[in-house]
Design a protein around this ligand. Sequence first.
Ligand SMILES: C[S@@+](CC[C@H](N)C(=O)[O-])C[C@H]1O[C@@H](n2cnc3c(N)ncnc32)[C@H](O)[C@@H]1O
Length: 298
Amino acid sequence: MENIVDIPKFLNDLLNKQYGNELKNEIIKGYKSKRITSFRVNTLKATDLEVLDEIKNMGIDCKAYSDIPHAYIITNGTAKDFYDTKLVKDGKIYFQSLSSMLPPLFLDAKEKETILDMAAAPGGKTTELAAITNNKAEITACEVNKIRAERLKYNINLQGANVFVMNQDAKRLDDYFSFDKILLDAPCSGAGTLDLNNPKNIKSFSFELVKNSAKLQEELLKKALKILKPNHEMIYSTCSILALENEDVLNKVLKQFNAKIVPISFPNLPTLPSKIDGTILVRPNEYFEGFFIAKIKK
Ligand SMILES: C[S@@+](CC[C@H](N)C(=O)[O-])C[C@H]1O[C@@H](n2cnc3c(N)ncnc32)[C@H](O)[C@@H]1O
């Protein structure tokens, strides 16, 4: 317990202002808790039964998180126990937080649709979309960072996903592009995923980072709404729980495009009050990272 660090004062003030003292304390409790390890079965490569059999043979216990298709929680092991296994090396499972599995579910992606994953590395959600659409959608994944784009390609190949990768700044995507659906899992400060057991994690977290993230999110969302086909839908998500990076960004941008929120909900989530009805704000706890998810129709 002695190694747990405090949250920075600016974050304490922001959380107090947005949520009040009681909820802020719940959030801090979430930042302190040790998160469960979860993975998704990659249905492009394996069935749930086949994976569960192999895990049982390893002497590791896991249980389904039944609200999310193909999601499992490891109850007596960690991701490290799997590093050298065929399950990981053959791309049959992908370690991914439960919160991170949520945004693609709301996109309602279908075979044959053109789908853009705008900020895609390392590819957890890209490959989830490929699996949801049985590899039959036209998925483009964009990533600005060269090294992360390589990681994205590696994960896509390993998982047998059919995805076209663009290593470029999504803000500069040509306005002539047009997609049926877009996932903007925007770069963010990570204010939903802070780990107070890890001082390094807190050290790199600053108000500058929050402000810069908000600026980038605004620009990326504007580009997304430009290249989304009219009357079509997109998802905006972040692993931040700060309104500066979520509701405030949407409030600024949506009216410029006459875009509307499409209400979404999900069972059994720990939530926080959102300033925008119909969006989801996940409260960090031992199962979930803090996350924001909004569905938008242009
Ligand atoms: C939250 S992470 C995405 C996680 C990913 N969706 C997943 O589920 O695995 C955001 C990503 O956006 C990338 N990024 C940041 N700015 C970008 C930009 N202007 N264009 C494209 N990608 C960008 C970052 O390098 C980072 O890999």
